[in-house]
Design a binder for this molecule. Structure first.
Ligand code: DQA
Length: 150
């Protein structure tokens, strides 16, 4: 199974970006951990980052066409991008699974971070575990579908 691991705006600055909130790992470090975990789980992954809303929407449509599952950290787009939210709804409507991830726990932060326009479509959400949020999301996707688990 192939999984697209997508990170949104400002996440290329991880390592130096507000390390007290986001930790000191760079996105390259996180991608290395994701690739190692994927190999263990029998998944193939493609890790990408963009600051560009249009590029992110394009990648979500690419995943929908290819029936890939997606791990997505939409970063600030989480809170206001109806374009990313609608692309996520389309992705899940096409049968892919989508895990929304965050390094920090947005629910424990400023009130503008309490809204997610992605979460309404997500298969599930993992937040607050740093790089571990990405790894937990991969583990979830390596298992049976949520419906089969109920
Ligand atoms: C984030 C949380 C968002 O609120 C923020 O805009 C980010 C990163 C996280 O991973 O904790 O850029 O998605």
């Amino acid at each position: 199974r192939h999984v697209l691991v997508l990170s949104g705006p400002n996440l290329a600055a991880l390592g130096s970006r507000e390390p007290e909130i986001y930790g000191t790992l760079t996105l390259a470090d996180i991608h290395d951990q994701v690739s190692a975990a994927a190999a263990d789980l029998g998944l193939t992954v493609d890790c990408r980052q963009t600051d560009d809303e249009a590029e992110l929407v394009g990648w979500l449509h690419e995943a929908a066409r290819a029936s890939w599952d997606v791990v997505l950290n939409p970063a600030a787009f989480t809170h206001y991008s109806y374009a990313v939210g609608d692309a996520c709804a389309h992705l899940v409507g096409c049968g892919s699974r989508l895990v929304e991830v965050h390094l920090s726990n947005p629910a424990a932060r400023e009130s503008f971070r309490h809204t997610s326009v992605v979460g309404r479509s997500a298969t599930g959400t993992v937040a607050g575990f740093g790089a571990g949020s990405y790894l937990l999301a991969l583990r979830a996707l390596a298992g049976p579908s949520a419906a089969a688990n109920r």
